[in-house]
Design a binder for this molecule. Structure first.
Ligand code: PGA
Length: 293
């Protein structure tokens, strides 16, 4: 076999490369560079380090029949949903079993909206970890501002519920956020840091999602400016022992602002109330575009 010759040595010991080979070498170099340009953002991108999670919070909406109607519209629109994101539906207790059954084999996971810290007992109206696990639940929202505001949830009970969730293998979504009054009084940081300090005592930060939900932006149509949400979320992240915790933004997330929100470097997902109720809208959120990144 004739050895492949790229060029030849001249009398000064310099290796001369033929023009054709040079072109080929430059070509493959640019190909290599293009590959790098194409692939390098994936390595440094937030997506590979921190998981993205788009979660619907149905609150006290939908009967079982309505939940199944939703799935008929929603599921077919997930064919092209990128693999980089987890899709979660946090539904009322009465629809959890039906959802789990109908979502089996799909990429959508089921979440509950509350959990009691005891496994069983005289706690009228509450639901425990084993009960949720039996229905196929994987996630649970804890400390939502509506529970803090209307049902007397405190940082202490939030912490107990978080511990119970993790003890049963569920991933809690801890909600934190300030009221309008607290924001106006410049107390945003203090309030959130206290919620985190007390809420996270004894919590494993590798099985946790945090949702930053400014109360004044929930259900009001008044979204927190995405750069401000990004700022508060980076502040939250600095409080954590695990910087890779997924931190969502929540509060009037809609099809027309999701792309901008998700383009923020610190925001790893969304917790969505109103816009998760229509299959069409929630599919648009889950299929948010990263084109603007
Ligand atoms: P919203 O609710 O999207 O309707 O503002 C968010 C939430 O409460 O989690």
């Amino acid at each position: 076999m004739v050895p492949l010759e790229l060029g030849s040595w001249d009398q000064f010991g310099v290796y001369l490369i033929g023009a054709g080979w040079l072109e080929l070498a430059i070509g493959s170099l640019s190909l290599y560079t293009e590959e790098c340009i194409h692939f390098s953002p994936i390595h440094i991108d937030k997506n590979t380090v921190r998981k993205i999670a788009i979660a619907g919070n149905w609150k006290m909406h939908k009967t079982q029949a309505e939940a199944l109607e939703f799935l008929k519209v929603f599921l077919p629109q997930l064919q092209e949903t990128p693999e980089d994101r987890d899709v979660i539906l946090c539904a009322p207790f009465t629809t959890l079993a039906a959802l789990s059954k109908n979502l089996h084999g799909s990429r959508v996971q089921v979440g509950a909206q509350n959990i009691h810290w005891e496994e069983s007992g005289a706690y009228t109206g509450e639901v425990s970890g084993p009960m949720l696990v039996e229905t196929g639940v994987r996630y649970v929202v804890v400390g939502h501002s509506e529970r803090r505001q209307y049902f007397g949830e405190t940082d202490e009970t939030v912490n107990q519920r978080l511990q119970a969730a993790q003890a049963h293998g569920l991933i809690p979504i801890l909600c934190v956020g300030e009221s309008k009054q607290q924001r106006d009084a410049d107390e945003t940081e203090t309030v959130i840091l206290q919620q985190l300090d007390k809420g996270l005592i004894g919590i494993d930060q590798t099985h946790l999602i945090i949702a930053y939900e400014p109360i004044w932006a929930i259900g009001t149509g008044e979204t927190c400016d995405s750069s401000e949400a990004n700022r508060v979320i980076s502040l939250i992240r600095r409080q954590l022992t695990n910087p890779d915790v997924t931190i969502q933004y929540g509060g009037s997330v809609k099809p027309d602002n999701i792309d901008e929100i998700m383009a923020q470097p610190e925001i790893d997902g969304a917790l969505v109330g109103g816009a998760s109720l229509a299959g069409e809208d929630f599919a648009r959120l889950v299929n948010y575009s990263t084109a603007s990144k």
